[in-house]
Design a protein around this ligand. Structure first.
Ligand code: HEC
Length: 122
């Protein structure tokens, strides 16, 4: 009886190990990037992302830079990573930048990008 329990436990571990390996491979195979390859220089920025990056550059990076106020928004990947907080603070709460809300056109540009999937390639 004890041997059986050990066997069952061992085979469960093996199954878990194998299935976790399978998931790793699946991600590699289908490359389901959640960022749109923001750090890959050979992949082109999307038009909507480019517009948002320009807005962040001129309205946010003076404070949100390396060593400055968190979050750092000075690179493409950092912007893509913080899409949700950018959307909340600039479009929903309208309390960033601290000097007053972005223009409606700039808020719409953020909304467009978020709705398109908020990737580097959007
Ligand atoms: C004058 C400086 C300044 C500018 C410009 C500025 N921020 Fe901020 N930001 C702050 C400070 C200070 C905080 C921390 C206090 C707070 O959260 O309100 C902050 C916090 C944040 C946070 C982190 C808190 C959270 O909600 O996750 C986000 C995101 C943010 N700002 C986004 C932006 C964006 C996007 C812009 C440009 C449109 C911007 N900020 C422009 C000063 C600034």
């Amino acid at each position: 009886m004890k041997k059986y329990k050990l066997l069952i436990a061992l085979s469960l571990i093996v199954v878990i190990l194998i299935s976790s390996c399978y998931k790793d491979k699946e991600e590699l195979l289908y490359a389901t990037s959640t960022t749109g390859d923001c750090s890959n220089p050979s992949i082109q920025k999307g038009v909507k992302f480019t517009a948002v990056a320009a807005i962040i550059q001129s309205n946010c990076v003076s404070c949100h830079n390396t060593g400055g106020t968190s979050p750092n928004l000075s690179t493409s990947c950092q912007i893509v990573d913080k899409w949700d907080r950018i959307n909340v603070r600039c479009v929903q709460n309208k309390d960033m930048p601290t000097s007053g809300p972005l223009s409606v056109a700039n808020q719409n540009a953020i909304t467009d990008w978020v709705n398109a999937g908020h990737l580097y390639t959007n």
